[in-house]
Design a protein around this ligand. Structure first.
Ligand code: SF4
Length: 385
């Protein structure tokens, strides 16, 4: 039985593996064929039932629901409601504290938004990415800048008061002033949360293939850094707290579900390619719609999993905690991984503290705000090898 050190309840994520089109930077798992949508809905419900029957005590109570993808709006609100009904009848979930759905701006009509509210959605994650037409076209997004603005305004008017917007910076050709325009536009829409990601070009994406043929020139590092500094400055002066490398919240309206990942809380992932974690094991579902359907329908094993040993757990803790503003707790390391790992961390962090990359505070250590941009290399020198 996994230890109940979490002092918290679990999150439940559902991956909707369909998209209308392929954004050129995207490396999530999805299919652009919607043919098996109905069959998939039934399989997702079936997986919810299967997972509940496992009776894993780490998932005794569900506190947050997050429907992402892919594109959750491939389903109608009533169809999403069937997933919610399955969660409620299979898991103890009387006290849901956050229910997020990801959506693209072109899918958010008034009837759709009203439908989402009816099924209990209280937080929207809107995939804007940019308010500049040129960049939207370059990334093959399916919406215009105007639709992006209107979707946020409409959501606010219809009562959604917990909205997060995704933006991408570090786009080749994007100037610092254009990035400023994107940030100012997002902030002016009175959102509560912002996720800003630097464009990363993964090998298997359309951009990855173009880059291999030298058709894309990545942005200069100095330009990326200037955009990151602007991001920090503008969000701070607009009342946002930079609480995770890519995440900013107003009035402490942190993404509760995603914060669970960074705080080592347990979560169940339902659907193709979804990951789960119960404190002891990490599990990942098959990343293929047809194979997922076959396996669920024939009661075959639809996932792989690994048991995490103490070094692996320590590394995950360092990797995720140092991304956040609350940082790493030395007491937590000692309690969960033992004295040896606490001393290992202290030894490894000494130089980084002296050079100002890490900041100690009481019994916690976090990455200095001026070095957040270099967090990957800082983290890699602290993991256990
Ligand atoms: S970014 Fe979102 S909408 Fe675009 S292809 Fe990826 S999952 Fe689909």
């Amino acid at each position: 039985m996994p230890p109940r050190y979490f002092g918290y309840m679990a999150g439940l994520y559902i991956h909707i593996p369909f998209c209308k089109r392929l954004c050129y930077y995207c490396d999530f798992y999805f299919s652009v064929s919607l043919q098996r949508k109905d069959e998939m809905l039934k399989a997702l419900i079936k997986e919810i039932e299967i997972r509940a029957k496992e009776n894993n005590p780490a998932f005794n109570e569900i506190a947050t629901i997050y429907i992402g993808g892919g594109t959750p709006t491939a389903y109608t609100p009533d169809e999403l409601g069937r997933l919610v009904a399955a969660i409620k009848s299979n898991f103890y979930s009387q006290n849901i504290i956050e229910f997020t759905v990801e959506a693209n701006p072109d899918d958010l009509s008034a009837p759709y938004l009203e439908g989402l509210r009816r099924v209990g959605v209280d937080r929207l994650s809107i995939g804007v990415q940019s308010f500049i037409e040129r960049d939207l076209k370059w990334m093959n997004r399916g919406h215009t800048a105007r639709q992006a603005i209107e979707s946020v305004k409409l959501s606010r008017r219809l009562g959604f008061n917990n909205i997060t917007v995704d933006l991408i910076y570090g786009i080749p050709g994007m100037s610092v002033d254009e990035w400023r325009y994107n940030l100012e536009t997002a902030i002016s829409l009175n959102i509560q949360h912002l996720s800003a990601y630097h464009l990363t070009i993964e090998e298997k994406t359309v951009f990855g293939k173009r880059q291999k043929k030298n058709l894309i020139t990545p942005i200069a590092e100095e330009q990326s850094e200037r955009q990151f500094i602007l991001l920090r400055e503008l969000t701070a002066s607009s009342g946002f707290e930079h609480y995770e490398v890519s995440n900013f919240a107003k009035n402490k309206m942190y993404g509760i579900h995603n914060s669970g990942y960074w705080k080592q809380q347990p979560y169940i992932g339902i659907g193709p390619s979804a990951h789960s974690y119960d404190g002891e094991r990490r599990r990942w579902n098959v990343s293929n719609n047809i194979r997922y359907l076959e396996k669920i329908n024939t009661a075959a094993i639809f996932f792989e999993e690994e048991h995490l040993d103490i070094p692996a757990k320590y590394n995950e803790y360092i990797l995720t905690s140092l991304r956040t503003n609350w940082g790493v707790s030395l007491d937590y390391i000692e309690k969960r991984f033992g004295k040896y790992f606490q001393e290992y961390f202290e030894e490894r962090s000494k130089k980084l503290i002296l050079s100002g990359c890490l900041v100690p505070k009481n019994r916690n250590v976090k990455i200095s705000t001026s070095y957040v941009f270099l967090s990957d290399s800082i983290v890699s020198s602290l993991i256990f090898v």
